[in-house]
Every structure is written in C-alpha cells, then in structure tokens.
Design a protein around this ligand. Sequence first.
Ligand code: GUN
Length: 300
Amino acid sequence: MAAKIIDGKQVAEAIREELKAETAKLIKEKGVTPGLVTILVGENPASVSYVTAKQKASKELGFHSVQDSQPADIREADLLALVDGYNKDPKIHGILVQLPLPKHINESKVLYAIDPDKDVDGFHPVNIGRLMIGKAKFLPCTPAGIQQLLIRSGATIEGAEVVVVGRSNIVGKPIANMLLQKQDGANATVTVCHTRTKDMASHTRRADILIVAAGKPNAVTADMVKEGAVVIDVGVNRVGEKESTKTPGKMVAILKGDVDFDGVKEKAGAITPVPGGVGPMTITMLMQNTLASAKIASER
Ligand code: GUN
C-alpha cells in the first residue's frame, strides 16, 4: 500500500494559527510584542529567499520584525558590534544571523556572540548543552520541526527504533539527541549513520522511523526501508531550474530530497515530500522559539 504523505505545509499552518493567537494574547495581556531580527550579510540568493520567508512569517504573526541587511564586505568586528546591540535591545527577543557568512568572517565567533537567551536558531553551544541534558530552552528549528511532524502525524516515537542518516550539528546530532531524551515525544532507541558507516542498509532497514539528512539525492532507496516505516526526508537538493507557475518568466529551483520518493512511498507507512515536508516546519519553529523567548522576557 502506498504511504501516507505527511503534509508539512498543513501542519505548519495549523501551528502558525496557534502561534498567532498566542502572540495576540501576549500583546494584549502583557504588552509584549515578540521581536525578531534577521541579519543577512551579502546577497546569496538562497539566503535572501530564506530571510524573506522568515520575515514574511514573522510579520504575519504580528511580531516586531527587523530585517538588517549588511554588505558582503562588512568587517567582523562591526558584525559582532551589531549583534551586541541587538543583545541589549529589549524590543528584540530573537536574533538570527543567516548562514553561510562570507569567508573573511569567523562564523562560530558570530554565532557565539549571540545572547543564548535570544538564540532562536538554537545553534549556541549553551543551547546545545541545555538540549543534551534535557533542559532545552530553544530547540534548533529543523529538528524541532521534525519532532513536531512525527508527533502530529501520530507516529509512535516511544520505544521506536529511530535511525538518523547524517551527523550534522544542525540536524543529525540534535535530532538524535532530542529523540533519545526521557521526555514525551521522545524515548526512542536511536542509531546515527554517517559517511563512514559500514553497511548503511543493515541499519536503515531496522528503522521504524527513518530520518534522512544526508545532503545527497537518492541516499535512501526503497530496498533500504522497512515495510511500514515512517520516513522523514530533510534533504533540499537543487537539481535544476524551471519556470515559475506563479510568475511567468521567473526561474525557480527544482528541489529534490535525499530519499527516492517515488520508490520509497510504495514501501513506507508514511513519508514527507520535498518540497512541502520538513521545509515549512523549520520557519514555523523559528517563530515558536521567538514567541517562547518573548514570553520568558514578559515574566521577568
Ligand atoms: N542557513 C541555512 N539554514 C539556516 C538556518 O536554519 N539558520 C540560519 N541562521 N542560517 C541558515
């Protein structure tokens, strides 16, 4: 039987409706408007489109939204000073520095300069540490989106064999850690596979939940998947360009995940598409983190 398609867009919209109502309540009852600044250095087209989408979502929820665009040749010291200004700005509850940064800037240095209590991306080592000991303040957005998709699509996580393909700091390592916590929406047995794993398929075939963040198209094919498994495809690979259906004459990227969708959907119990699976969830979780940060600030 063909797999159930997990509609990330629909789940994301449902969560955004909840966030919108909570935002209005926070503004009305506490007089605090969640504030998010997105800092973009240079004009990398993918980064521009991500930041534009983040700003759009932020405005739609009624947040105080600041887009701070800086030239590609900004000095590292000036960028650090900019971040520090937002650390001290009481109207800002979330600071996001869009990655990648130009080569002359030390990315870690900039990320570590963000106040961990405003680090809505969840990339700061303090937040990674909090996550690891089960006391997360901000979950990194893509892993948080994956966990919500699993919970809201009714997957059984507790006791499940979860296999994660990929060990990045942004997806693989944090999602593995989140799902093994002694907490609701977790309590799984987790295996992490990577480029040096011997006989990858022997691991992936045991998975009740298979999370693929390999960064490579067709990294997972049907023969590597157990019948009925829940498959979450985190990959976003630009495999070409096509004309936009919305704006004639405009070229847009053709996206493909890390999973051979057509083959795997015949075997899996449920699967996320690309686009329209994990992608829409990531920005939604950024909004959730920003709202959470504002709520904490309103209680101080
Ligand atoms: N670049 C690609 N993905 C991300 C993300 O989730 N956060 C930031 N800050 N930059 C990115």
